[in-house]
Design a protein around this ligand. Structure first.
Ligand code: FAD
Ligand code: NAG
Ligand code: NAG
Ligand code: NAG
Ligand code: NAG
Ligand code: NAG
Ligand code: NAG
Length: 541
């Protein structure tokens, strides 16, 4: 559709509103026109200029940062629409991507060509009694598509309301909210995708639409509930707010090796008996300094207990919440601890406590299936496998610093906020499941294949254990493994996702990372998510 008559006039007039760094726009009519269309305050930066280099450097996993020819920084949804249209005729647009927080692990948010960096669209508002198309929401947290969770937390802190967000503040809202969204409060109030009420989306046609569960874009809304960022660019998410916890208590316990066995038993008991949706725990084995912040690097078991104060009394089945000590006394019973730390912070600062555990500067993975029930032999098998990975990684001369395997507790049925069925949202998650997370860390690209192999071995332990219960539990989209096929993550919903992909992105312009197999995506060789034929529960690998 470019250049249109009006655009040609603008081109001749050379009215560049946006801030431009570099010459790459000169011989690219689409970019020259775009520079005149963007708001003052938006920017375009060519390769090796400061803004482009800043973007290339902000990916959490080093291997996911491709060096794009040009980066566009929109500040409004109309800017995003112009950028999407410009990419269709720019010479760099064959390789299009858009990035939110840069924490994705599928290579989807970087490109060598045309990149849209959403990070300048990062505002958050708490809105009361709003009407979103056909949907009314009494209190919503509206966050723009390029915000990070720490930005949302800064804005909601002290308002009495918050959203279900990531547990590490640097994570982007964009990938998180389209790929599931498991936060500290997910067990009490549901995942982010279950709490979305509307999304404002820039389609690949450049059209800007508002999608809700019940309007004419309900298929798009459904796809965004766990199908990821392949259908359009979400410029604003509207999540139904939850009450802001009155306190956030964290216990971080380093367990002495002699107590590892007991700690696994206590973990199983916590999973079986916890009855407070606002309390949860993480079991982890990783390669950290001996006392987490000081000491020599070694294999460390860390148990984290979290309790969020719920004096609002909303949605909780309990009349009175037990204290932190009483909640975790059985978990700690009989354990020799090398270190015990206790924090009590405002909820708006809770994500800061997790940030040091996930440093930048490494090649990284963030992968893992889910499990509906844990047993001690299961935790032991996975932990031994993790230890073996650390040992082998060191033997290979690599640096697995901050590599970790985590088992994350989830409250049954998300306290009544889970979906009614597996087909209610793109990502099937009607059955309660706990998350497992393998996050290797390494320096040498020659070990890329090695860590994927280690991930396969860990996944096999979890998938085999789940299969022993006879029920299928989908992998978590935001922790998608390199080799996971479509069925593993989206179950029977893959076919419908492929249709919606074809409808909203008919030219398959969004084709980095994991791509649903529409005919056009297949024809170009970009597709890699297909429905699985003849699947049965017994095929669990
Ligand atoms: C250290 C760390 C901690 C994490 N913690 C959690 C956690 O607590 N809970 C949890 O559920 N997950 C967690 N994750 C997983 C995380 O949610 C995913 O990696 C997610 O994809 C990151 O989103 P992003 O915007 O930062 O990533 P990006 O790499 O920017 O984007 C990832 C994908 O989302 C797309 N996307 C980005 N923005 C938008 C948008 N506005 N509209 C449409 N698509 C978009 C991108 O194009 C890409 O396909 C964590 C990951 C890491 C590395
Ligand atoms: C990401 O893409 C780059 C460039 O195409 C490639 O070198 C790298 O191996 C990819 N990484 C992954 C994890 O697929
Ligand atoms: C947030 O957006 C504003 C402008 O919209 C920008 O100046 C600022 O740098 C952004 N913050 C981050 C962390 O990118
Ligand atoms: C968050 O709010 C609390 C009070 O509720 C306040 O003490 C704290 O300083 C605030 N933190 C930030 C980062 O604004
Ligand atoms: C760290 O390791 C070195 C070398 O093995 C040792 O000399 C030192 O005592 C260790 N430090 C601590 C704090 O354990
Ligand atoms: C909780 O337990 C810790 C460690 O055992 C103890 O120091 C603290 O006094 C206890 N707090 C309360 C309120 O009982
Ligand atoms: C890993 O190495 C440590 C230290 O040498 C050893 O104690 C442990 O048994 C090894 N674990 C595995 C699973 O290989």
């Amino acid at each position: 559709m470019y250049p249109s008559f009006g655009s040609v006039l603008l081109l001749t007039a050379h009215v560049a509103h946006a801030f431009v760094q570099g010459d790459c726009i000169k011989h690219d009519a689409a970019l020259t026109i775009l520079a005149s269309q963007l708001s003052p305050g938006a920017a375009i930066s060519c390769q090796y200029f400061p803004l482009q280099e800043h973007t290339a450097g902000r990916y959490w996993g080093e291997q996911y940062s491709k060096n794009s020819a040009v980066v566009v920084f929109p500040i409004t949804k109309i800017d995003v629409s112009h950028a999407v249209r410009a990419a269709a005729s720019s010479r760099f647009g064959w390789d299009l991507a858009f990035v939110g927080g840069g924490h994705g692990q599928t290579n989807a948010s970087s490109s060598s060509g045309f990149l849209i960096d959403l990070s300048w669209m990062n505002s958050t508002k708490v809105l009361h009694n709003i009407k979103l198309g056909d949907t009314k929401v009494s209190i919503a947290v509206a966050y723009q598509g390029g915000a990070l969770w720490k930005h949302v937390a800064d804005n909601t802190n002290g308002t009495g309301f918050t959203a279900v967000g990531a547990r590490v503040g640097e994570v982007g809202v964009g990938g998180f909210s389209t790929g599931g969204g498991i936060g500290f409060l997910a067990g009490a109030y549901g995942y982010a995708i279950d709490r979305l009420r509307a999304v404002e989306v820039v389609l690949m046609s450049g059209e800007i639409v508002l999608a809700t569960k019940t309007n004419r874009y309900s298929d798009l809304f459904w796809a965004i509930q766990g199908g990821g960022g392949q259908f359009g660019i979400v410029t604003t998410f509207y999540q139904e707010a939850v009450p802001e916890p009155t306190s956030s208590e964290f216990g971080i316990w380093v367990v002495a090796k002699d107590s590892w066995d007991r700690a696994r038993q206590n973990t199983v008991e916590f999973f079986e008996t916890n009855d407070d949706p606002f309390s949860l725990m993480y079991y982890s084995l990783g390669y950290y300094p001996e006392y987490v912040t000081t000491g020599n690097l070694t294999t460390v078991m860390v148990i984290v207990g979290l309790r969020f104060g719920n004096s609002h009394g909303m949605s909780s089945k309990m009349s009175k919440q037990r204290s932190f000590n009483s909640t975790f006394s059985n978990l700690l019973d009989g354990l020799v601890l090398k270190q015990a730390s206790k924090y009590n912070v405002p909820y708006g600062q809770a994500t800061e406590l997790s940030t040091p555990f996930f440093p930048y500067g490494f090649r990284r993975g963030f992968w893992g299936p889910q499990i509906s029930m844990v047993t001690k032999p299961y935790i032991t098998a996975a932990s031994n496998r993790m230890e073996a990975y650390i040992n082998q990684s060191l033997d290979r001369g690599d640096v697995p610093h901050s590599a970790v395997w985590v088992l994350q507790y989830m409250y049954p049925g998300q306290n009544g906020h889970g979906p009614v069925s597996d087909s209610a949202t793109a990502w099937p998650h009607a059955q309660t499941a706990h998350q497992t997370l393998f996050s290797p860390a390494w320096k040498s690209a020659s070990n890329d294949g090695f860590v994927v192999q280690q991930n396969d071995a860990l996944n096999k332990i979890t998938h085999d254990h789940q299969a022993s219960f006879g029920t299928f539990v989908a992998d978590y989209p935001n922790y998608i493994s390199p080799k996971a096929d479509g069925y593993r993550v989206w179950g029977h919903n893959v076919k419908r996702l492929i249709k919606i992909k074809a409808k909203y992105d008919p030219e398959c312009r969004i084709h980095q990372g994991r791509v649903f197999a529409s005919d056009t995506c297949i024809a170009h060789g970009w597709a890699n998510i297909y429905p699985r034929k003849g699947y049965s529960v017994a095929d669990h690998d």
